[in-house]
Design a protein around this ligand. Structure first.
Ligand code: FUL
Length: 587
């Protein structure tokens, strides 16, 4: 098979300083024309730290902490440190497994939203130092540092700005000082840190605490202490892709007018442009032409190997089919894949996750290590395209053609390429392959790098609970909409109920929301209602709309059950019968 590249489009008009590059960001001078803006956009390039980061392609995320022991996704900060006791914690095992699975860097949740610190910080007693683990003398970050050094793995740190434990949270200057002190400890005492992750999540309700973060100060601390590290999410080096489902965009631009939220003017500029982190279009010509400034802000796809971010006994790792799709839709769509593997309560990566990770590694190696581009006899169903991003991201539309029986036929087409684009298509045999660039911002520097024959593993599993389903087809459901929507289920006769599963609607329509806060009540005849104690929050359901299982402290007996939504994640909630599954106690 031979390849060639043909630039079909005429090139953008050259400007006087047409060879100048702009590193990381640029501001358009007054009076820049639309065409000049596109030309300048084509010459915006990553800085060296971003380039090294984009080259890594795969990073491991480790969500581990208080939630591992409480079974929650978001703790409320009131958890006792006495709960934290991973008796067989073994960071060597984490790093060995991750290294074998092909990761080059690992990012640890040093502090999640519940405020519990995995290192013995001087800033709060809410840390490992107050836990029974190693009699309070343990330090998970230090252990992980040692293991990373031992196996040659890079280390990154997730430090949640939202802190539900700190008394001073909401008293902005005081909390900012505390956060800076925590960051300083982590970036001073644990060797080289390559990525710092500031999560943008904050679930404070309308009456919650409001914290004004001093993002620029935090960034300066990072630059001073770890100048080679990249700052992710609420930072200006690495952009959140906009979902936690493992999907990069079909059209994924690293050059974007979206202003990182560390800048005070981000809301006003982004609102005026009509974009936010989850917008479909973050880099089209129309947007660039409306903008005053552009950023090289490449996308990171963060997703968990399990439905939740933390380890829960009742969840299973995703199937290889799901993980291979995630790989194709992240690494294959101009993004870095940040895959979360949550250690379990013993403090080890669970065997099931380890097995699945190795399957993924094998799948990647088997499918992508042999380039069939020079083998005319081989059937292929995938190609990898690459753009030389040291010159900018330029390709806007392309097609791939195959020469079969002396005729060129299109096999695939798309929009952006960026660092890497993986395309799959029905199997073909071809004598030659050709990449046509149909639209580009200036001279394209793209190539058809390799061709492959890949196998797609079999299909996706549904959420499986360890509790038997009680729900029956003859039960009567009624849902009410309005200010406090609710689900009422008449189970026809008294039943013993262990809990329920809430399956939020997965909707592309931004107006449709999910239940975020809720209340559960039961009744014998459907008139007088008794409340069942629950924590009342589906943690992280907005960003990660997975089914969530709620198990009551004690099973309850009742004929009627009512679940009332007290706060939604979106303006409109559409309760439907199939969103609630009632569970019986385990036999
Ligand atoms: C989210 C958090 O709220 C989740 O708990 C998780 O840490 C994920 C990576 O980011 O915004």
């Amino acid at each position: 098979m031979k390849t060639s590249i043909a630039a079909i489009l005429s090139l953008a008009a050259l400007m006087p300083q047409a060879h100048e590059k702009y590193v990381k960001e640029l501001t358009f001078p007054e009076g820049t024309t639309a065409q000049q803006k596109i030309d300048m956009a084509s010459r915006l390039v990553p800085d060296e730290r971003q380039l090294a980061w984009q080259d890594r392609e795969l990073t491991a995320f480790l969500h581990f902490g208080m939630n591992t022991f409480t079974g929650r996704e978001w703790g409320d900060g009131k958890e006792s440190p006495a709960l934290f006791n991973p008796l067989s914690l073994d960071t060597d095992q984490w790093v060995r497994v991750l290294k074998d699975a092909g990761f080059k860097m690992v990012i640890l949740t040093a502090k999640h939203h519940d405020g519990f610190c995995l290192w013995p910080t001087a800033t709060t007693s809410h840390s490992v130092a107050s836990s029974p683990w190693r009699d309070g003398a343990g330090d998970v970050v230090a252990d992980l540092r040692r293991s990373c050094d031992k196996y040659g793995m890079k280390l990154g740190i997730y430090l949640s700005p939202w802190d539900r434990n700190a008394d001073c949270y909401g008293d902005s200057p005081r909390y900012n000082d505390m956060f800076v002190a925590q960051l300083t400890e982590l970036l001073t005492n644990y060797g080289k840190i390559d990525e710092v992750w500031f999560d943008g999540a904050c679930g404070e309700g309308p009456n919650g605490k409001r914290q004004e973060y001093d993002w620029l100060r935090f960034r300066k601390v990072m630059k001073d202490l770890q100048p080679d590290a990249v700052l992710a999410i609420t930072g200006d080096d690495v952009r959140w892709v906009g979902n936690e489902g493992g999907r990069g965009r079909e059209t994924e631009w690293s050059v974007t007018p979206l202003v990182p939220s560390i800048y005070s003017y981000s809301d006003s500029v982004n609102n005026a442009l009509g974009i936010d982190a989850i917008s479909k279009d973050l880099g089209s010509r129309e947007l660039v032409e409306k903008a005053d400034r552009l950023y090289w802000w490449p996308s990171e796809v963060d997703v968990s190997i399990r439905p939740g971010w933390f380890y829960h006994d009742d969840q299973e790792p995703h199937t290889l089919a799901q993980l291979s799709d995630i790989y194709l839709q992240s690494v294959g769509r101009n993004s870095v894949l940040l895959l979360n593997i949550p250690p379990d309560r013993t403090g080890r990566i669970n065997k099931k996750d380890e097995t699945r990770l190795m399957e993924l590694r094998r799948w990647i190696d088997t499918n992508f290590s042999t380039n069939l581009i020079n083998c005319p006899d081989s059937a292929i169903n995938a190609v990898i395209l690459e753009e030389d991003i040291t010159k900018g991201q330029r390709v806007e539309r392309f097609e791939v053609l195959a020469l079969t029986d002396s005729v060129w036929k299109p096999v695939s087409q798309g929009t952006t390429i960026g660092k890497k684009r993986i395309l799959t298509f029905p199997e073909i045999k071809a004598d030659s392959l050709k990449l046509n660039i149909l639209s580009s911002r200036g001279t394209p520097h793209a190539r058809l790098a390799s061709a492959h024959h890949i196998t797609r593993p079999g299909e996706v599993k549904k959420f499986k609970s360890a509790y038997p389903t009680l729900t029956s087809a003859d039960w009567k459901h009624s849902v009410s909409t309005g200010r406090t929507p609710s689900y009422t289920i008449d189970m026809l006769s008294p039943q013993t109920v262990a809990g329920f599963i809430y399956t939020p609607p997965v909707s592309e329509k931004s107006t449709e929301g999910a239940m975020f806060r809720y209340r559960v009540e039961i009744s014998t005849v459907g008139k007088r209602w008794r409340e069942v104690p629950v924590n009342g929050e589906f943690g992280n359901i907005k960003a990660n709309p997975i089914p969530q299982q709620i198990i009551f402290d004690q099973p309850v007996k009742a004929r009627f059950i009512r679940i009332t939504c007290t706060e939604t994640t979106g303006p409109k909630l559409n309760p439907a019968d199939n969103q609630i599954t009632i569970l019986a106690p385990k036999e």
